[in-house]
Design a protein around this ligand. Structure first.
Ligand SMILES: Nc1nc2c(ncn2[C@@H]2O[C@H](COP(=O)(O)OP(=O)(O)OP(=O)(O)O)[C@@H](O)[C@H]2O)c(=O)[nH]1
Ligand SMILES: [Mg+2]
Ligand SMILES: [Zn+2]
Length: 374
């Protein structure tokens, strides 16, 4: 990770007069430091510790960055028995003791992205303290409205702003296929771009302004790393061509990492995720499918399942063509998936608690035997 891009600019921009210039963002602000985090510090912490941001998570260390630059932080310095949500992930802010550089605590997050870990019964953290998400898809076979709705549920649950970016506009003869398909998402900002072209991606720069942390989310091969390279005007990340037959990518990016942009924003590049299982996203789902929620309010029965009940306004909207069948199917599918995953996580937590109690009981029994000289 290059330190040089985290600008330590003078307080006033070059050439500007002292009276009209806005103070340039500090190094910490360029890393996404905001009043929300500042307010969490006690006076003692302000003097004795230094906030650093987690830029990448590796097997045995974190890459962190702060006012003193980049440094590795061995994971062995963190408490061992942290629950999943308490473990630092990319984007988290930690306080390090100024002298010893030991981690003191993690700051409360402004947002958190997580998914059900593929093939496991646990959730997996993706990133924290993200302001906006660029949901990336391409003008080709990758485009899938149901997947976009899945991403949206996650992004809205986290309370982040969302923008849909469709790459490969340069290879597409008729973009109306995509704009027509998105008619139910009229309030979702949309950018159609050639990710290889700096002018074409210029509208995305507003999203990545100084101090903003922006995550790129999308399948492998849609051009996430290409966008990072073009927006940062350098070859920060490796990219590779997609398969000709099905437009699928080759999982080129292997690690999630935050990259500082020359203008002071931060971009999170991630590996393309094959699965993005949803759990605990009730609000995000309601916001993504608010039209169905509004229709359901007028159903005759408050527990209407919108199947064959009389007076069902959801089915009526389906029959009149006002509501798309695919959208209703996807809403049902995501709700079922979330309910199933919520149950799995609740059982997992109960199991963890029972195991914790068991271990504590064994430890205290062993201690008391030792004290008795057994
Ligand atoms: N013509 C054209 N090619 C693009 C565009 N966006 C991406 N590409 C190409 O698509 C290929 C895949 O891009 P990547 O940036 O590696 O995709 P990614 O989303 O980072 O993929 P993973 O790292 O595997 O998740 C590269 O060969 C890019 O040059 C675009 O808008 N137009
Ligand atoms: Mg990539
Ligand atoms: Zn109904």
């Amino acid at each position: 990770m290059s330190r040089s891009l985290i600008s330590r600019r003078p307080r006033f921009g070059r050439g500007a007069s002292v009276s009209d210039a806005k103070p340039a963002p500090s190094a910490l602000q360029c890393l996404g430091w905001k009043p929300f985090f500042q307010q969490q510090l006690t006076l003692e912490e302000l003097s004795d510790s230094e906030p650093v941001r987690v830029m990448a998570v590796h097997r045995s260390q974190l890459d962190v960055s702060g006012e003193s630059g980049d440094e590795p932080l061995p994971l062995a310095l963190l408490p061992r028995e942290l629950e999943t949500e308490q473990r630092p992930t990319v984007g988290d802010w930690l306080l390090l003791a100024r002298e010893s550089r030991r981690p003191q605590r993690m700051l409360e997050r402004s947002s958190l992205f997580q998914r059900m870990a593929p093939g496991a019964s646990r959730s997996q953290l993706i990133a924290a303290n993200i302001d906006s998400v660029l949901m990336v898809s391409s003008c080709n076979d990758d485009f899938n409205l149901s997947r976009i709705e899945r991403y949206l549920a996650l992004v809205r649950e986290a309370g982040c702003r969302a923008c849909l970016v469709l790459t490969r506009m340069d290879q597409c003869d008729d973009t109306s296929v995509y704009t027509d398909a998105l008619r139910d998402h009229g309030d979702l900002p949309l950018a159609m771009v050639n990710a290889l072209d700096a002018d074409s991606v210029a509208p995305l720069r507003d999203w990545c302004a100084a101090g903003e942390t922006v995550a790129l989310l999308g399948s492998s091969g849609v051009g996430k790393s290409t966008l990072l390279n073009t927006l940062s005007d350098s070859e920060r990340a490796a990219t590779a061509g997609i398969r000709e037959d099905d437009s699928k990518g080759r999982h080129t990016t292997r690690h999630r990492a935050l990259y500082p942009l020359p203008d002071g924003g931060l971009l999170l590049d991630s590996p393309g995720m094959r699965e993005l299982g949803l759990a605990n996203v009730a609000q995000g789902l309601a916001a993504t499918f608010d039209d169905i929620g509004r229709l359901a309010e007028d159903c005759r029965f408050s527990d209407c399942r919108h199947e064959s009940e009389p007076g069902c306004t959801v089915r009526a909207a389906l029959e009149s063509g006002e509501l798309d069948e695919r959208r209703l199917r996807n809403w049902r599918k995501l709700k079922r998936e979330m309910a199933r995953n919520n149950r799995t996580l609740a059982e997992q937590r109960a199991g963890d608690r029972a195991l914790g109690q068991f271990y504590r009981a064994v430890q205290s029994h062993a201690r008391s035997r030792k004290q008795c000289g057994d």
